[in-house]
Design a protein. Structure first.
Lengths: 265, 248
């Protein structure tokens, strides 16, 4: 068995003539918390989609627990859990029903379904509202429900794609405490993306920085700070990716966003 | 199999919670039944074909099922748009089970809608020739629902946005309805139209339903059921393949 949970080699994904992900390679070790950082449209979500069987790569190889997501879809899907960047709840169903549906789809043992859902709803302070349809929830509540749902089963790898977007500090704190707890007690490998550098600095053991579809740096947060001669991850990140705002010059990012809007509309 | 069940249940819950959709989608078939049934009734009668309302009711029931089924396939587009589709696509369940659960859920909803339409027809004056024929009628209604839910899934898997849906309605669903013999008898048609009606899967649904409910089948109920079952298999395979290829 390989020591790495995720191995990515020369991975490329193109949409038309846009290179969303361009020849990237990296590894994530077993039991590691890995932060994948980069500006908007850098290729983070596209990479996660390829790792989670939602997109097929144009070129290159990737393995997850030694399996190719393009060839062994079901086996790979059994190994990971994911909190998506954008909503993925059924808003016509109640919070409770959303969790039960997830529990069935993810093979949570029958006896564990109720107590686990209850504990998570209480942890993220949604218990009182469990029988309300999700469409009546505020943005922050929906986000908390998505996260609670992501923890309902215990996968080998947990993907968190900008999980704290739109969360208040309390929920953010709950989230990272819970993630670290899972990582330490169950050895869950965590692959996360975020725009909050302090979160990445606190939670992650190793960091990869992607910009314009290419990996520009990877290593421990300490290594990145030393490499750029800066004293915080945020300063190191800005030193590596520049301080310009992406939308002005990044054609790939804009293209991708339009692509994203096409199916999100 | 629990995945199939839970997704089937989801479709049912969504249906029972949106009364507006339930009632709204019965409006059009009811209008057809009333306006055409009573409007063309006297002419139909004079031509020696009996009661047009009796003839038309199985047609509008089929129409209700057709529209409800295609609409359930379009539910895929909504789920794509609102993100829920992703949640099911990454679940550790073979996609065929996801697809079958959704499709059977949609088919159940469509059959329920068809049943409601059948009840409405009896209020308008429709009378099945015998109650013993109802089980066969239900079988045919379910088959129609499965055929077009699977087709809806196949189409929904390939569409990226709602604009495409309008196209499908105008270029596929309306022709399927109008060419099915829901509104006119299949005998004595011009050759071209006779060929088209024979190629339309809904023709066999309407005809089978007519055979069961008013004992007036053109192809024969056994043939109708055989064709519908075959089409259900073909479209389920097509829908399952298209669904398994979805990328987000």
């Amino acid at each position: 068995m390989s020591t790495n949970m995720i191995e990515v080699r020369n991975l490329t994904k193109t949409f038309g003539d846009v290179h969303a992900v361009n020849d990237i390679s990296f590894d994530v070790a077993r039991g590691e918390i890995f932060a994948f950082l980069g500006p908007n449209g850098a290729g983070k979500t596209t990479t996660i989609k390829m790792l989670t069987t939602l997109l097929r790569p144009t070129q290159g190889t990737l393995t997850l627990d030694g399996l190719d997501p393009a060839k062994h879809q079901n086996e790979v899907r059994q190994r990971f859990g994911i909190v998506f960047q954008d909503p993925s709840l059924d808003s016509e169903l109640t919070a409770w029903e959303n969790l039960q549906l997830h529990a069935v789809l993810y093979h949570v043992p029958r006896a564990a379904r109720q107590p686990r859902a209850e504990a998570l709803l209480k942890l993220f302070e949604l218990w009182e509202r469990r029988h309300d349809p999700v469409k009546q929830f505020s943005g922050g509540m929906k986000r908390r429900l998505e996260i609670a749902r992501g923890f309902l089963h215990t996968p080998k790898i947990l993907f968190l794609d900008e999980p704290t977007l739109g969360l208040d500090p309390q929920s953010r704190n709950q989230l990272w405490t819970h993630v670290k707890h899972l990582n330490q007690t169950e050895g869950v490998t965590v692959f996360l993306t975020t725009h909050y550098m302090d979160e990445a600095d606190r939670a992650a053991q190793r960091v990869g920085i992607i910009d314009h579809g290419r990996i520009v740096a990877q290593g421990t947060t300490q290594e990145l700070k030393e490499q750029t001669k800066t004293d915080s991850l945020e300063a190191a990140y800005l030193a590596l990716t520049g301080s310009s705002i992406r939308d002005e010059k990044a054609g790939a990012g804009e293209h991708l966003r339009q692509f994203a809007q096409m199916w999100r509309r | 199999m629990s995945a199939v069940y839970i997704l089937w249940l989801r479709e049912l819950k969504r249906y029972t919670r949106s009364r507006a959709q339930m009632i709204g989608s019965l409006g059009q078939p009811t209008l057809y039944l009333i306006a055409l049934g009573f409007g063309l009734g006297p002419t139909f009668q004079q031509a020696g074909n009996g009661s047009y309302l009796q003839f038309l009711a199985p047609g509008v029931v089929s129409m209700t099922i057709l529209f409800a089924s295609i609409f359930s396939g379009v539910g895929l587009l909504f789920d794509r748009q609102f993100g829920f589709l992703k949640e099911t696509l990454v679940a550790p369940v073979p996609r065929i089970q996801i697809m079958v659960g959704r499709t059977l859920g949609g088919a159940t909803v469509a059959t329920l809608q068809g049943t409601l339409m059948l009840i409405l027809s009896t209020i308008a004056g429709f009378r099945p020739h015998s109650l013993a024929a109802l089980p066969v009628a239900f079988l045919i209604m379910m088959l129609i629902a499965v055929v077009f839910c699977a087709l809806g899934t196949a189409i929904g898997s390939r569409l990226q946005d709602m604009q495409g849906f309008q196209l499908i309605m105008n270029l596929l669903v309306m022709p399927i309805f109008f060419m099915s013999g829901a509104l006119f008898p299949l005998g004595h048609l011009p050759t071209a139209l006779a060929v088209v009606t024979r190629l339309d899967p809904l023709s066999y649904g309407v005809d089978g339903l007519r055979g069961a409910l008013i004992a007036g089948s053109h192809f024969g109920v056994a043939t109708d059921i055989a064709v519908l079952a075959t089409m259900a298999m073909v479209f389920l395979a097509l829908g399952a393949y298209s669904f398994s290829r979805i990328e987000i």
